[in-house]
Design a protein around this ligand. Structure first.
Ligand SMILES: [Zn+2]
Length: 399
């Protein structure tokens, strides 16, 4: 698995295992205790801080290709120089996580740890029922949500982002439903890691997602705006790149059930937050967020992670005088004290406090000390604002 090593001699199995264990431990240290890649990377943050005017520390050698990487790990730049929001070490870890088997082993360790730490899930699930449809959030890993969406008339069901196959299977059995579809928002293991096991158990179940992401067991690649029916349920796929190149969000049409549309946003959009820009520019992410916002204010937002408290706290440090934000933070604090889920919110609500959706708001721009250039295109300026909010959030997470 290692690339670029000298290795004329074959390592023994014990040495290979020890080396793999070392890499996993190093990856865990870099990624934090519980969350895979939404988590800040302390090591990277140190480098970010060093990178301004301060002299580089002992880990920062002049050659970024060697900086702090485990032996045999290559530095693979994924985006153009000057456009990449991550420093080289972050890029290398990300590449390992997203593209190699090491990422899968890392995910399995995180899964095991989360199952030990949260045997009943990180939050108390609160089903949402409308006539004919039931949406059941399934708390998995340390902060992820999978969602079981059931056509209650026919007991056919779809699941969004089944990262923990055991937890999802338990919900399927408890509800007594037939799994017909897996909708995968993107390739990251904490969203797609259960695809293989669930397909083995439910062989007729189809796996939907973008062909641009390497989604495990993908059977039905979807194009932007393509629709899929599961019983009476209709889902529409929206191409929303930025977090990954093939990220997709899914919209459940609520009209037949007299309910609002439901947006399953994966790592595009969280309550008061948005996903990190691993494989896209701020301009790309802004366009994707605009696509989501075009769904209408009453749309229910079902995000991929329970990040509300952290995101709202960060937002409250940016906008000091926003009553809607203060109110939501107070509410979320209470919810989380009781381990209750904070989803869904609505897109209308999100516009009142989510800084990533408020790039057009003068009060946020002023709080950031940013001004639109006299000849600057409004969307170019909004993308600059988004980039700055994202940069501050990435630093905030590490503190
Ligand atoms: Zn992700």
């Amino acid at each position: 698995m290692q690339r670029g090593g000298r290795a004329p001699r074959r390592p023994t199995m014990a040495a290979a295992r020890a080396s793999l264990r070392g890499l996993l431990v190093a990856a865990e240290r870099a990624a934090g205790p519980a969350r895979p890649w939404e988590q800040p990377i302390p090591h990277v943050t140190r480098l970010l801080r060093h990178s301004s005017n301060q002299p580089a520390g002992p880990q920062a050698s002049p050659d970024p290709r060697n900086r702090g990487l485990p032996e045999g790990v290559e530095y693979i730049p994924t985006r153009k120089k000057g456009k990449n929001p991550m420093k080289p070490v972050g890029v290398a870890w990300y590449t390992l996580y997203a593209r190699t088997r090491l990422g899968y082993l890392f995910y399995q360790r995180q899964l095991k740890k989360a199952q030990e730490r949260y045997p009943r899930g990180h939050s108390i699930p609160q089903p949402c029922c409308f006539p004919g449809v039931k949406i059941l959030p399934i708390p998995v890993l340390s902060s992820n949500y999978s969602y079981l969406v059931i056509d209650t008339g026919s007991s056919r069901a779809a699941v969004i982002d089944p990262s923990d196959p055991l937890a999802v299977e338990a919900a399927i059995e408890e509800e007594g439903v037939m799994l017909e579809a897996i909708f995968c928002t993107h390739k990251h293991w904490d969203h797609s890691g259960g695809n293989v096991a669930l397909r083995q158990r439910h062989s007729s179940c189809k796996v939907y997602g973008s062909a641009l992401d390497t989604i495990p067991e993908l059977t039905n690649p979807l194009a932007d705006r393509e629709k899929v029916s599961v019983g009476c349920l209709t889902f529409e796929a929206l191409a929303t790149p930025g977090h990954t190149v093939g990220h997709m969000a899914y919209v459940l049409d609520g009209e037949p059930f007299g309910c609002p549309p439901c947006l399953f946003s994966g790592d595009l959009l969280f309550l008061a937050g948005c996903g990190r820009l691993f494989e896209g520019s701020p301009e790309t992410m802004l366009a994707s967020l605009d696509v989501a916002m075009s769904l209408g204010k009453d749309t229910l937002l079902w995000p991929g992670h329970e990040y509300a408290l952290e995101c709202l706290t960060f937002a409250s440090l940016l906008e000091l005088d926003n009553p809607a934000l203060d109110q939501k933070l107070q509410w979320a604090t209470q919810q989380r004290q009781e381990k209750r889920s904070t989803c869904p919110s609505t897109l209308g609500e999100e516009q009142t406090y989510n800084p990533f959706l408020r790039t057009h708001r003068p009060e946020l721009q002023a709080a950031l000390g940013m001004q639109q250039g006299t000849r600057e295109d409004p969307d170019t300026f909004r993308a600059r604002v988004l980039k700055e909010v994202r940069r501050r959030k990435d630093l905030y997470k590490a503190t």
